[in-house]
Design a protein around this ligand. Structure first.
Ligand code: AMP
Length: 635
């Protein structure tokens, strides 16, 4: 395979600025020797001229020659570097010292430029690394001890003074403050936090001193995860890049064989002189090398990924950019995705001989052990009313349905209507439930196994931007659908307030997966947007899984391909457009790269009208142009 060291996409973080500066110095010296050699030539100092050219060759080409030879012997691969050096030496051998030197200079120059441009795409990503706090103040037996952030363990208590960066994910145990979370969520307005609130590593403490109990080891923190994801994204090659690389290895062999034929055949067939033949073969070697083609994809992908990450959209790899560009339908989960995912208890309606307070106490005591957001909101509501919860036993959770538990010898069921089994509602109860559901509320039914003892209505506010986002997607000719485990009427109400017509309600997690599969069969690529544990299988089944980063559960974030760090669904149309732009630029690049190569090959052989420096400028120029074109995606 032909590889060109600076084009190697997965150099990642190693291509430092000093490396670019070093390359720039080498290139300048190469140019200096060429100029001096030229001066020697016009003054007829032939010997000095050759010596100076030799210097230019060695200074500009040494590194490339070493790299090329090591690739040849170690990886048994042909390397563009080596081809260029051979072409330059070939040119010198037939007396074209100047042409060969210019080849080396321009090749070195374009390598330097590429280095600087790749450096730019890496900068954004490195800026995330810089956010990692290095030190923390640990509270040990009431004393403050300074330790390294990575030494913190779960259960440690750390002190964060005003203005300091928080060194670990944890829970506030003392104090209150405003926390700037822009690093994690992109939200620039600080969030007020106090005892029992969660704080994240890398975020900045505002005015108050707080004590935080560490809940996650350094490598498990949200920030580490983000950094890890971005690093992974840089190293994962998308399918079109892999294709180009495969194509390239065949192509390289063809170029070499053709060059050899071109070095031998023309004198016999079209009566070129040997000098002319070798010169043309050298030009061919240069212009037919696939540098531009190789550089068509990765710089574009990396630029798009860093652009997205600046807007708090994390792509886990280049392949997802390609996929999201082709998405025909976007499917939203309801809770936490289209809504804020912070359900609030609205009405408490008790039946039989339960009072409202008794009903709330019973329901909250059963829900106390459930992790579901609805359960948490009911418990919170009870605590707000100073209700003391009782200890329930035999808790059983029915995924996507509700929970069951025993309290004072009675087995209660709490959840959606299906949990009632064959309990029949009175006409009055039916009407009331219908009315509340039409207002977009979710009703939690509570039964003692024989009778309905109450209903708790829950409301989860629809995100303010939801309607606008749906409209934007529709304008992009993308179908939009809503999936939810909630009941039909509540779902319809949400559909109406957001403008989604395609609504599928009452779904269990496995139904969601089936549904995604059906949609994929029908429309082609589909994206699923979700946040919960329940959504993870659907996120995995979709062509592109998009997870809510801040509100999302760890499993959703891990399963998804794209993460909206700030939970802003507004970035979905942006991500799709970015994917489309990336694909378009890659396509343009590939066509341009192949076009330039074909033109130069034709001009060289049919026309015989370009010289080596022109061939090199055309070839390297097109390489630099496709890289610059890819960098447009940074904007
Ligand atoms: P999910 O798919 O998790 O959103 O759940 C779908 C529906 O099941 C919810 O809208 C509730 O009606 C019900 N549900 C699930 N878990 C619970 C719970 N712990 N308490 C009450 N209702 C629940």
């Amino acid at each position: 395979m032909i590889t060109k060291s600076n084009h190697k996409p997965n150099k990642g973080f190693s291509f430092g600025l000093w490396e670019s500066h070093g390359a720039a110095i080498v290139t300048s010296f190469c140019l200096l020797f060429i100029v001096l050699a030229y001066l020697a030539r016009i003054n007829d100092y032939t010997f000095v001229e050759i010596i100076l050219f030799l210097f230019a060759y060695i200074v500009g080409g040494y590194q490339k020659a070493v790299e090329g030879i090591s690739t040849l012997f170690k990886e048994k691969d042909l390397d563009v570097d080596l081809l260029m050096v051979i072409a330059a030496i070939g040119a010198a051998a037939i007396g074209y010292w100047m042409d060969g030197a210019i080849l080396i200079f321009i090749f070195s120059l374009s390598g330097t430029l590429e280095g600087y441009t790749m450096e730019r795409t890496n900068k954004d990503i490195r800026s995330i690394l810089d956010l990692r706090p290095e030190k923390a103040v640990l509270l040990r037996n009431g004393k403050q001890v300074e330790v390294k952030a990575e030494e913190l363990k779960k259960g440690d208590t750390i002190l964060i003074k005003p203005g300091e960066r928080i060194a670990a994910d944890g829970i506030i145990t003392q104090g209150y403050s405003a926390i700037y979370q822009a690093t994690i969520t992109g939200e620039s307005v600080p969030v007020d936090k106090t005892v029992n609130d969660e704080v994240f590593s890398g975020t900045v403490n505002g005015y108050g001193g707080i004590e935080v109990k560490v809940t996650k080891q350094a490598e498990e923190t949200m920030l580490s995860k983000i950094i890890h994801l971005v690093q992974e994204a840089k190293n994962e090659k998308p399918p079109n890049q892999l294709f180009v690389e495969k194509f390239e290895s065949i192509y390289a062999k063809i170029v070499v064989i053709t060059a050899i034929i071109l070095m031998i055949a023309p004198p016999f067939i079209i009566h070129w002189s040997w000098k002319e033949t070798i010169y043309r073969a050298m030009i061919f070697l240069v212009v037919a090398s696939p540098c531009a083609l190789v550089s068509s994809i990765m710089p574009a992908i990396l630029s798009a990924i860093s652009n997205a990450s600046r807007k708090r959209v994390l792509f886990k790899g280049g392949a997802h950019l390609e996929n999201i560009a082709g998405v025909k339908a976007v499917i939203f989960d309801k809770t936490g995705t289209l809504t804020y995912g912070e359900p609030v208890v609205q009405d408490i309606i008790s039946f039989e001989n339960y009072s409202e307070m008794e009903l709330l106490k019973t329901t909250a005591s059963i829900e106390a052990l459930s992790e579901h957001p609805i359960a948490k909101s009911i418990v919170q509501h009870a605590l707000n009313k100073n209700i003391e919860l009782e200890h329930s036993i035999n808790l059983r959770s029915f995924k996507g349905m509700g929970v069951q538990g025993t309290l004072n010898g009675i087995s209660y069921k709490v959840g959606k209507r299906d949990m009632l089994n064959n309990i029949v509602l009175t006409k009055e109860q039916e009407d009331l439930a219908l009315k509340l559901e039409q207002q977009g509320r979710t009703i939690i039914f509570v039964s003692n196994g024989h009778n309905l003892i109450g209903m708790v209505s829950i409301f989860d506010q629809v995100r303010l931007e939801a309607r606008r986002v749906i409209e934007e997607l529709k304008n992009m000719n993308i179908r939009v659908a809503l999936l939810t485990g909630d009941n039909e009427r509540t779902a319809k109400n949400i559909g109406e307030s957001t403008g989604i017509e395609e609504i599928y309600s009452g779904l269990l997690p496995e139904d969601k997966v089936d549904f995604i599969k059906k949609m994929t069969a029908k429309y082609g690529k589909v994206a699923m947007v979700g946040d919960g544990v329940n959504d993870a299988p659907a996120l995995a089944a979709a062509s592109v899984g998009i997870a809510m980063g801040a509100a999302g559960t760890d499993i959703a974030i891990e399963t998804a391909d794209v993460i909206l760090m700030a939970d802003d669904i507004e970035r979905i149309p942006f991500a799709i457009s970015l994917g489309k732009r990336t694909n378009r630029i890659i396509k343009q690049n590939v066509i341009f790269a192949i076009g330039v190569a074909l033109t130069l090959i034709t001009l060289n052989f049919i026309g015989g009208i370009i010289n080596l420096p022109e061939g090199v400028i055309g070839h390297e120029g097109s390489t630099v142009l496709v890289i610059l074109s890819g960098l447009r995606l940074l904007r």
